[in-house]
Every structure is written in structure tokens, then in C-alpha cells.
Design a protein around this ligand. Structure first.
Ligand SMILES: NC(=O)N[C@@H](CC(=O)O)C(=O)O
Ligand SMILES: [Zn+2]
Ligand SMILES: [Zn+2]
Length: 349
């Protein structure tokens, strides 16, 4: 990475390894915002109905591609939604398509649109076996769902109850522990085998649970896994900036209409695609680790997914700009991360 000075950085074009684009009219917003900066993105399959087959993934991809601006080289990388019924054949079809790059595990009931998710991983052993054989990564929303487990502990308990047994049974399975939020997860990944990696979001680097709960409740900071205490935030910053190849950029940008967030039972998800790399630059600068941003954003994910790194570059300058209060979203609007406030890095073309 060429760091010209403290006020400008140039890095290889980054990729987003965990992204929600939604569907239909929403794609006009989400695809354009992500394609502005990112070369590729791993597209989450939690639509209604979920993307459970290669055929559905191909259809979804064609709807996404229609919304890519003509001057963009952006490539959506598709995923399948794992269910209790996913067959080994479906995994082989996914691999052969060249279009599906990973399979996503949502424990049933864990998060937005996860009702069709997995009730017990034992139902998925044929599919997991096939994935292990062909090197297809399993992406996990790593939270248990039992009512008796506190929402702040669900990630840590997932490691003990689900992830460790899974790795014991499938030691060669390539796994991405998505959107990690705790020191427990960061430590676990750092010391696990090279088959285990993790994505980290901009909001879990920049925010902690005070930003959700102090001075009133802030529904636009509600996401899953929920923001944790600041010691966990510090552990994530350390993991992202320490130079380890196991941690990489995944925004988990997850738009919901304003009306779905500002209500008596609000949806989980934070929209960051309008300014994702700029927000990461802020987090890395605050940790005095801007020199580590390029590997995190542009190398480690591509290497884990065994895809070529991007070749072109983007540049950011340290310049503050105002984030709008709202952005148009399908037939309504959404409130983006940092709405009505400033972001202190800006991409220059
Ligand atoms: N992260 C979230 O809070 N929400 C995501 C689902 C997910 O990634 O768990 C969504 O699809 O809205
Ligand atoms: Zn998730
Ligand atoms: Zn997500």
C-alpha cells in the first residue's frame, strides 16, 4: 500500500466478504453503493424465500447484474442458504456453476430471515461432507438461539456448543465465522487451524453497546450479533489491525426501511454500504494502523476464498463530508450509518 502521507492512502481495490443486497427495487440502492468501491462481494442468501438452490442463485445474480452501473467491474459472488434438506448433489451443482462461492449457515431463528435455517447441524452432514471434499467454504452466523442463553452470550456459547464439535467432525472444512463481535471469537479464530477465518464489520469496530443504549435507545445501531461491551470492541480492533491473514473485511451492510427500524419491534441490521471503506479507514486510523488496512480489505479475503486479488487501486483522502439523514431505498427510505453526522475519509476517483 502506498501511503503518501497521513492524509491520503492508496490501496488495492477492496472486496466485501459479507453483504446483504436484498432484492427487486432495493437493488437500485444497494448494488450501486457497493459497486462504487468494491470489486466483489459475497452476497448473503437470506431473501424471502431464501436462496436454497443454484438455480435460485443464478436467477438472483441476474437481477443483481441488471443494476450494476455500466462503468463498474463489480462482480457479485453468490451463496446458498443451508437448510436441513440441502443435499450433497446441490453442493456439487453449486460448485460446478462457478457462480456459487460459499454456503451460509443460519441457525433457525438466529437473525433476519432465518426461519428456514438449520434446526440441527446433524441434518446437514451429507452437505457438509461434500463441502469439505470440494473446499466450498461454510459461512456461519455464529449465535445459538435457545431462549435461556443471554443475547450477549450467544456467540461465545456458539463456539463451545456448535463450532468446536463441527470442526472436530469436519477438520478440513473451510469456515468463515461471520461478523465476529467478541474477544472470545477473535481469540478462537486466531488460534484455530488455517481453515478457519472471520469477517469483521465496520460497526463492530467503531461502536459498542453504549452506542446502542446510552442516552436513549438507538435503533439504527441495532444489529445481530448485538453490539458488545467496549473490551470486546477493542479485541476486534486488535484482531483486524494485527496483520493476521485470518481476519478480513465483511461489512454485513443490512438495509431495512426506516419504518422497520423505528418501531416497537425493530429489525436488526445496519446499512454501511454508502461509506464502508471510509468507515474502516476511520477505525484503522484511530488504531494507528492504516498500513494494515490494505491486507484486511483487499488481500486476506481473496486469499482465503482462493480467488485472485484485484489489480486496480482506489485512493482515500482525509476530508470530512456530511452523511445524509436518509437515503432512498426501494419505495421508501433508510437511515444509513453515521446519518446526519460526518465521516472523515473520502474516496477520490
Ligand atoms: N446483521 C443483521 O443485523 N442483520 C442481517 C442478518 C445477519 O447478518 O445476521 C439482515 O439480513 O438484516
Ligand atoms: Zn448474521
Ligand atoms: Zn449479515
Amino acid at each position: 500500500m502506498t501511503q503518501l502521507n497521513q492524509n491520503q492512502i492508496t490501496l488495492t481495490r477492496p472486496d466485501d466478504w459479507h453483504l446483504h443486497l436484498r432484492d427487486d427495487l432495493a437493488l437500485q440502492r444497494t448494488v450501486v453503493d457497493t459497486a462504487r468501491i468494491f470489486g466483489r462481494a459475497i452476497v448473503m442468501p437470506n431473501l424471502r424465500p431464501p436462496v436454497i438452490s443454484t438455480a435460485l442463485a443464478l436467477d438472483y445474480k441476474s437481477r443483481i447484474v441488471k443494476n450494476i452501473p455500466a462503468d463498474s467491474q463489480f462482480q457479485p459472488l453468490m451463496t446458498l442458504y443451508l437448510t436441513d434438506n440441502t443435499s450433497a448433489d446441490e453442493i456439487y451443482r453449486a460448485k460446478e456453476s462457478g457462480v456459487v462461492h460459499a454456503v451460509k449457515l443460519y441457525p433457525a431463528g438466529a437473525t433476519t430471515n432465518s426461519d428456514a435455517g438449520v434446526t440441527d447441524l446433524k441434518h446437514c452432514y451429507n452437505a457438509l461432507d461434500a463441502m469439505q471434499k470440494i473446499g466450498m467454504p461454510l459461512l456461519v452466523h455464529g449465535e445459538v438461539t435457545s431462549a435461556d442463553i443471554d443475547v450477549f452470550d450467544r456467540e461465545k456459547v456458539f463456539i463451545d456448543q456448535v463450532l468446536i464439535p463441527l470442526i472436530n467432525d469436519f477438520p478440513e472444512l473451510r469456515i468463515v465465522f461471520e461478523h465476529i463481535t467478541t474477544s472470545n471469537a477473535a481469540e478462537f479464530v486466531a488460534t484455530a487451524s488455517e481453515n478457519i477465518a472471520a469477517t469483521i464489520t465496520p460497526h463492530h469496530l467503531l461502536l459498542n453497546r453504549n452506542d446502542l443504549l446510552v442516552g436513549g435507545i438507538h435503533p439504527h445501531h441495532y444489529c445481530l450479533p448485538v453490539l458488545k461491551r467496549n473490551t470486546h470492541q477493542q479485541a476486534l480492533i486488535q484482531a483486524a489491525t494485527c496483520g493476521s491473514k485470518k481476519f478480513f473485511l465483511g461489512t454485513d451492510s443490512a438495509p431495512h426501511p426506516r419504518s422497520g427500524k423505528e418501531t416497537s419491534c425493530g429489525c436488526a441490521g445496519i446499512y454501511s454500504a454508502h461509506a464502508a471503506i471510509e468507515l474502516y479507514a476511520e477505525a484503522f486510523e484511530a488504531a494507528q494502523a492504516l498500513d494494515k488496512l490494505e491486507a484486511f480489505a483487499s488481500f486476506n479475503g481473496a486469499d482465503f476464498y482462493r480467488l485472485p486479488r484485484n489489480e486496480d487501486k482506489i485512493s482515500l483522502v482525509k476530508e470530512s463530508w456530511d452523511v445524509p439523514e436518509t437515503l432512498s431505498f426501494a419505495d421508501s427510505s433508510l437511515v444509513p450509518m453515521r446519518a446526519g453526522k460526518q465521516i472523515h475519509w473520502k474516496v477520490v476517483s
